[in-house]
Design a protein around this ligand. Sequence first.
Ligand SMILES: [Fe+2]
Ligand SMILES: [Fe+2]
Length: 196
Amino acid sequence: MFSLMYETPSSWVQDVEALGTLTLLSDHAHCELKAAATMQALVAKNPTCDSIVRTLPRFAMEELEHFEMVEALLRERGGKLAEQDTSPYADGLHKGSRANRKSLLLDRLILSHIIEARSAERFYLLSEHLQDRELAEFFGSLMPSESAHRIMFLRLAEGLFPAEDVQARTAELRQMEADLISNLPFEARIHSGPKQ
Ligand SMILES: [Fe+2]
Ligand SMILES: [Fe+2]
């Protein structure tokens, strides 16, 4: 469903809910901010690439709208945006993608595709399995747009690079991501590993 090589078990949702959803929401708000920042950086670093310049700004605005929604919900629930520790997921992806890299831009687009896919998978699981139904619906309402972002990044890559390069690199990076996230520590974060 999300074209990922590791499927998160539904028990991950119960484990996250037991830890506390305010921490998860603060992490989620930071993820939305980072998604917007990544899109803006792609435009700034590729100013002569029409498809990137014309596509990404409106998606960056959408991610900022998501940030506002998550932050408002967090506040409504008595929580507050917390300081963010570095993300072992993002760091691991960037380190892991250095091996066999042919093009930095291709890797950035494919990694963004994979991160959006993983977010969509986690939102889907949260929407299905959270006991807190209000929060479940909130995640369910965001899932389609993260899934659309997943497809948008892959289309951008396909428009800029030969199909066989995109396919081969996507397969390598999907495997790398699966190995990474299945071994990350468990935390109340959108991109944490499963509880061992
Ligand atoms: Fe988003
Ligand atoms: Fe997104």
